[in-house]
Write a protein that binds this ligand. Structure first.
Ligand SMILES: Nc1ncnc2c1ncn2[C@@H]1O[C@H](COP(=O)(O)OP(=O)(O)OP(=O)(O)O)[C@@H](O)[C@H]1O
Ligand SMILES: O=P(O)(O)OC[C@H]1O[C@H](OP(=O)(O)OP(=O)(O)O)[C@H](O)[C@@H]1O
Ligand SMILES: [Mg+2]
Length: 283
């Protein structure tokens, strides 16, 4: 049995559970029990505040965990970061009142900066030779300048909407983060073996993320052109059609490039273009 720490509620909770479920593991959500066993895989979930996950994993209270890289860096506990998970993407940035003019980091010399990430900020300032006053606060950091408890802030930014709503502007992007799977260093034996099985499944889930299965029909003489347009995994599958002179091409395309590829294929005479969702890419 392996124990996985997940955020009880908040930004990472739903997607963390979704990724486990996409890996075919049946688990209950945190509304019922804070420790719950999967019914079809040797895994149990321990639901925690995200701040507590790096320590729980470093201390072996949980064997693995899903948490933002920002929390891992801030807490500084020794854990292995096994895999980035592609969600919870954000950055931690320095922001100042929008009316202020800003040239460079020297702006922050002698200023009071409110943050929930004093260690990341402290290291950043030290390595840039900035001496400032770091005020640690647990939440609602963006309001600190307006109520006079700080001159600037260092906090999580994603869309930037919260900064704008609070009359602030982002001036330095310091740390980029996303959710990651972390583990107690040196997990071996039975736990190591269960972890490999889990990583194998998560890899398949991750690879299929944002990917579509594309099927087109195309005249035989255009196959080479079509293949050069398709980004495909290896080379795309080409199948003959019952209709003479035509064939069907199947391949996997990233969602980001889908419409461009479809447009280019149409332009060279592709027809019957089907886009299907891709369940898993095991390889
Ligand atoms: N706006 C955002 N966009 C994307 N990811 C975010 C955003 N805000 C936070 N995150 C990521 O999600 C993590 C959890 O954020 P959340 O706001 O749920 O934390 P919290 O309030 O500290 O929760 P907890 O109650 O578990 O301590 C952050 O540490 C960060 O990695
Ligand atoms: O740039 P934005 O897209 O506006 O996102 C940034 C905000 O998101 C997070 O807060 P969240 O909404 O999770 O609430 P919290 O402060 O209660 O954790 C973070 O603490 C910022 O305040
Ligand atoms: Mg927290």
């Amino acid at each position: 049995m392996i124990r996985l720490a997940l955020q009880t509620k908040g930004r990472l909770n739903e997607e963390s559970l979704a990724i486990i479920r996409e890996a075919g593991i049946k688990v209950e959500d945190s509304k019922r029990k804070l420790l719950s066993r999967a019914s079809n895989f040797p895994l149990e979930i321990l639901y925690l505040r995200d701040d507590d996950i790096p320590h729980a994993v470093a201390a072996g209270i949980a064997d693995i965990g899903i948490v933002g890289e920002n929390e891992v860096a801030e807490k500084g506990f020794k854990v292995d970061v096994l895999q980035k998970l592609g969600f919870g993407k954000c950055r931690i940035s320095l922001a100042i009142p929008k009316g202020e003019s800003y040239q460079d980091l020297s702006y922050f010399r002698g200023k009071r900066i409110a943050t929930s990430y004093p260690n990341i900020l402290g290291e950043f300032f030290t390595s840039n030779g900035i001496n400032a006053d770091i005020e640690e606060i647990a939440g609602s950091v963006e309001i600190a300048p307006a109520v006079g408890i700080a001159d600037a802030i260092f906090d999580i930014v994603s869309s930037g909407g919260t900064l704008i709503s609070n009359g602030l502007k982002e001036v330095e992007k310091v740390f980029y983060s996303e959710a990651a799977l972390i583990a107690t260093p040196g997990l071996g034996g039975e736990k190591g073996e269960i972890l490999s099985r889990l990583l194998f499944r998560l890899g398949a889930v991750e690879r299929s993320r944002g990917k579509k299965y594309l099927m087109i029909n195309i005249p035989q003489e255009r196959i080479d052109e079509a293949v050069s347009i398709l980004p495909g995994m290896k080379s795309p599958t080409v199948l003959p059609l019952a209709q003479n002179g035509w064939c069907s091409i199947h391949t996997v395309v990233g969602e980001g490039e889908l419409w461009e590829v479809v447009g280019a294929l149409k332009a060279i005479g592709a027809e019957d273009i089907l886009v299907l969702s891709l369940e898993k890419m095991v390889l």
